[in-house]
Design a protein around this ligand. Structure first.
Ligand code: ZN
Length: 283
């Protein structure tokens, strides 16, 4: 336990961690733009940052991730419109994600005074950063609008061969089986649900998302992703029911964000969790 805390302190005091947080929050700021503009179909309309309410351009000094929102106390300088807390939340989340991705796949190794790059982990970090960024966009859009945009899940699926080509651990068979099992299993569940209840319980968006996750992480990721996703989803559902004191939810919560969360949990702390769950005596 003491070793854990020492490791955590040395990790938090490393400048690389904070560069990852900073870089992640800048990427998060871009993800906010995607979250806002992809469903609205205005992605290529404005090349500069504009106020979401009155569309006037935002100067760069009011566009600093996380800080600007607090500096402006959640209101736009131009027109006074309230700015959603989604902006700093997504920026902070992406910052934290990038930091834990670097913790999982560190690619800068210090030898004496020299820094060396570990290329395998550099590729794993890049893959994880792109993967998590895409999932954050899908998850927040799904939370807001109950849809998972095809313009993210389908290109993700289409990019699977490129991921297999560059990723040091992923192979063709594993990715192909991932797409088939990921998409197929949810599709089968949706179909059985429809046969029994004659209503749509799960959207095709979830099917395409899990197929893409299977392609990017391999078929071995499907079961853990669905397991962590269902567990966090069920706990969240119970939490909401307790707070709102309603006994039924009836598709009030989208499943997409929990699939995304499950995949990210598996990707970053999966090996540790598996060790913990499979050998409790080893604690
Ligand atoms: Zn404005």
């Amino acid at each position: 336990m003491q070793i854990f805390w020492l490791k955590l302190i040395s990790y938090l005091s490393s400048w690389v961690t904070w560069v990852a947080v900073l870089w992640g929050s800048v990427v998060g700021s871009f993800l906010n733009v995607c979250i806002l503009r992809i469903p609205a179909g205005t992605f290529l309309k404005h090349t500069r940052s504009v106020c979401p309410a009155c569309l006037s351009p935002i100067p760069f000094y009011l566009n600093i991730p996380i800080f600007s929102w607090f500096m402006l106390r959640g209101r736009a300088r131009c027109c006074g419109a309230p700015l959603s807390w989604q902006y700093p939340a997504v920026e902070a989340l992406t910052g934290c994600l990038f930091a834990v991705i670097y913790w999982r796949f560190p690619f800068l190794i210090q030898r004496g005074d020299a820094w060396q790059i570990e290329y395998g982990n550099l590729l794993r970090s890049l893959h994880a950063a792109i993967f998590c960024s895409l999932l954050v966009v899908c998850a927040v859009i799904d939370l807001r609008l109950m849809i998972i945009p095809d313009v993210i899940s389908l290109p993700m699926l289409a990019l699977t061969p490129a991921v297999v080509f560059f990723h040091p651990d992923l192979n063709w068979l594993s990715a192909l089986l991932g797409v088939v099992i990921g998409g197929g299993s949810l599709y089968a569940i949706a179909w059985i649900y429809w046969l029994i209840r004659r209503e749509v319980g799960m959207g095709m968006g979830d099917v395409k998302l899990l197929a893409a996750i299977g392609g990017w992480l391999g078929y071995q990721s499907i079961l853990p992703t669905v397991f962590y996703g269902s567990l966090t989803g069920a706990l969240t559902g119970i939490g909401i029911m307790l707070v709102s004191r309603k006994l039924t939810l009836r598709s009030a919560i989208p499943f997409g964000p929990f699939l995304a969360l499950g995949a990210i949990i598996h990707l970053i702390i999966g090996p540790y969790l598996q060790e913990l769950l499979l050998s409790p005596s080893g604690l």
